[in-house]
Design a protein around this ligand. Structure first.
Ligand code: ISL
Ligand code: CA
Length: 577
């Protein structure tokens, strides 16, 4: 035991000093609007993050990914940026941000900022200029097109392509002044930048250098796989209900994506040390992810893939379907295997766009603690860099939204408005939104049992979950069996044992698809993980080496034989001689 500890510390020091420090790091996502409010306006702010750094320190995370705090009209909660180099007053000042960076650094943590450059806000000066006339020098910074030939601008179906936007409705909006349409894959207030134009790329790179010079440690890149599009802009195959087309194959993973990412690396990242880059890539294939994360190609450290967070989608994300046993494990295993040798995985179950992990994949009622810790074990002991979404470390559950007026998110509200017109009932739609809507992730972090959960002294911008009276951080700190303290153990295990960060991954068949079991190997070190992802006890066949392994972590207090109780997780270690 002593020997193992000494060995792992030495190798950790080596790995954190190296360029690959992020392989043993754990990232924590802060969604600032819902984290902690210090001035009573009901909206979280940067000073709130500074005030809560002890929580993050205690948890033991290495990196904070901060969702956008830039100047924004907030049509999409800050993912619509009107000034990349200014902090929105609702979140604070640039001095607050500098102080946050300094405080994090003094505690040995890093800050990764959100980079949203597939689109800007329509209130960004670039777009304001671009839309001002047909011959404005910035006209070509965005995607402007005439109406479809033979159709009058503004008439139904005259949009340049038939694409459906991520937030419902067409991806094109007519600008009356110049009579042309502009492209927006998301909200009309989020026009897409034209990356074909080198001046756009230069402006983005110079903004990125400005932030890195200020001391931040990397970027999480919003929908970065959408920056290169097929310039012919072909129609997508029409949907039988909306009549609009799915343009994904034409606007995602376009022909110049890898060229742009490599150019960005040369222009922005070369010569700078110890950064972290992660690209959000909805719909990415394992092949594309491998190309993007292969260090030889010099693109990104890792990507967020979406396969496992789409498994429960029916006709849309708002039509969630139950998952068959083994489906989640199969998908995650596929990604472990595909990116194992050459690339690198990010590991996540939740973020500000997804429902809460324990409500979606676990049992947030009778087996809340067991399933929250089981899912965390399954994720954190895979090969890759784990991401914790704020509140996940205390097992926060989906929000409580009795009425339509309780929802805030543009995606949900637009979907509701559009689908009601297409014959769905209000009840059906609200049920789907309660299950999979993005607002689930955006209710305030539950710090304590007081009326606004310690989040704010004012009226929170979105309702606090009523379960904060028992589900809150302060109730968990002192309880050794809490979800919070379990996460602490998982994080410190990763820091202490290189087999977790970089060991090989191999799925183990224990004879029951509801049990996700795998083995990690690094030299002589072996880690054995078995997690029952179901509400029922399961009898499993543990392979040989497991019989003699030392149990190093479990989410039930006592251990009994080959039966895994509901959502039981066991982690054991052996060392070959
Ligand atoms: O949540 C989604 C809709 O089902 C996703 O498709 C999401 O829109 C997609 O992952 C892109 O997300 C990112 O870009 C969006 C922003 O709204 C999300 O919050 C952000 O994470 C546009 O900037
Ligand atoms: Ca505030």
């Amino acid at each position: 035991m002593t020997l193992t500890e000494t060995t792992s510390k030495t190798s950790l020091e080596t790995s954190s000093a190296s360029q690959d420090w992020w392989k043993s790091a754990v990232v924590y996502q802060v969604y600032p609007r819902s984290f902690a409010d210090t001035n009573g306006d009901g909206i979280g702010d940067i000073r709130g993050i500074i005030r809560k750094l002890d929580h993050l320190d205690r948890l033991g995370v290495d990196v904070i990914w901060l969702s956008p705090v830039y100047a924004s009209p907030h049509a999409d909660a800050g993912y619509d940026i009107s000034n990349y180099q200014a902090i929105d007053p609702v979140f604070g000042t640039i001095e607050d941000l500098d102080e946050l960076v300094a405080d994090l650094h003094s505690r040995g943590m890093k800050l990764v900022m959100d980079l949203v450059v597939n689109h800007t806000s329509d209130e960004h000066p670039w777009f304001v200029e671009s839309r001002s006339s047909l011959d404005n020098p910035k006209r070509d910074w965005y995607w402007w097109r005439d109406a479809r030939p033979g159709r009058g601008a503004g008439t139904p179906g005259a949009e340049p392509t038939n694409w459906e936007s991520f937030f419902s409705g067409p991806t094109w909006t007519l600008d009356e002044r110049t009579g042309q349409y502009y492209l927006h894959l998301f909200d009309p207030k989020q026009p897409d930048l034209n990356w074909e134009n080198p001046a756009v790329r230069d402006a983005v790179y110079s903004m990125m250098r400005w932030w890195l010079d200020r001391g931040i440690d990397g970027f999480r890149m919003d929908v970065i796989n959408l920056i290169s599009k097929d310039t012919a802009l072909p129609d997508g195959v029409p949907d039988s209900i909306t009549g609009r087309g799915d343009g994904f194959v034409h606007y995602a993973h376009g022909p110049r994506l890898h060229e742009y990412l490599q150019e960005m690396r040369r222009e922005v990242f070369d010569g700078r040390d110890a950064l972290l880059t992660v690209g959000e890539m909805p719909g990415v294939s394992t092949d594309e992810a491998l190309m993007t994360t292969d260090p030889e190609r010099g693109e990104l450290n890792m990507v967020f893939q979406f396969e496992h967070v789409g498994l429960d989608h029916g006709t849309s994300k708002f039509d969630p379907q139950p998952l068959e046993p083994g489906v989640l494990a199969d998908s995650l295993t596929k990604w472990q295997d595909a990116l194992g040798e050459t690339g690198w995985n990010s590991l996540y179950l939740s973020n500000h766009d997804q429902p809460r992990t324990v409500s979606r994949f676990g049992n947030d009622r009778e087996l809340w603690r067991e399933s929250a810790t089981a899912l965390a074990t399954m994720l954190h002991l895979q090969r890759g860099t784990p991401f914790i979404y704020q509140g996940e470390e205390i097992g926060m559950t989906n929000g409580f939204f009795p009425e339509l007026s309780d929802f805030r998110d543009v995606e949900s509200l637009n979907f509701y408005a559009q689908s009601l017109g297409l014959g769905c009932t209000a009840d059906q739609l609200l049920t789907g939104m309660r299950r999979n809507g993005r607002d689930n992730a955006r209710t305030p972090v539950q710090w304590d049992a007081t009326s606004a959960a310690g989040f704010s002294t004012g009226e929170p911008w979105i309702a606090v979950n009523p379960n904060h009276t028992w589900l809150n951080a302060s109730a968990q700190y002192a309880d050794p069996s809490s979800v919070f303290n379990y996460y602490r153990q998982l994080i410190s295990l990763r820091h202490d044992r290189d087999v977790i960060a970089v060991g090989d991954f191999a799925r183990v068949d224990v004879g029951d698809p509801a049990v996700f079991a795998f083995q990690r190997t690094l030299g002589a070190d072996r880690l054995l993980v078995a997690v029952n992802l179901s509400d029922e006890a399961r009898t499993v066949r543990f392979p040989d080496p497991w019989e003699h392994a030392e149990l190093i972590l479990a989410n039930y207090p006592d251990q009994t034989g080959p039966c895994l109780r509901p959502w039981e997780a066991r982690v054991a270690a052996t060392r070959k001689n």
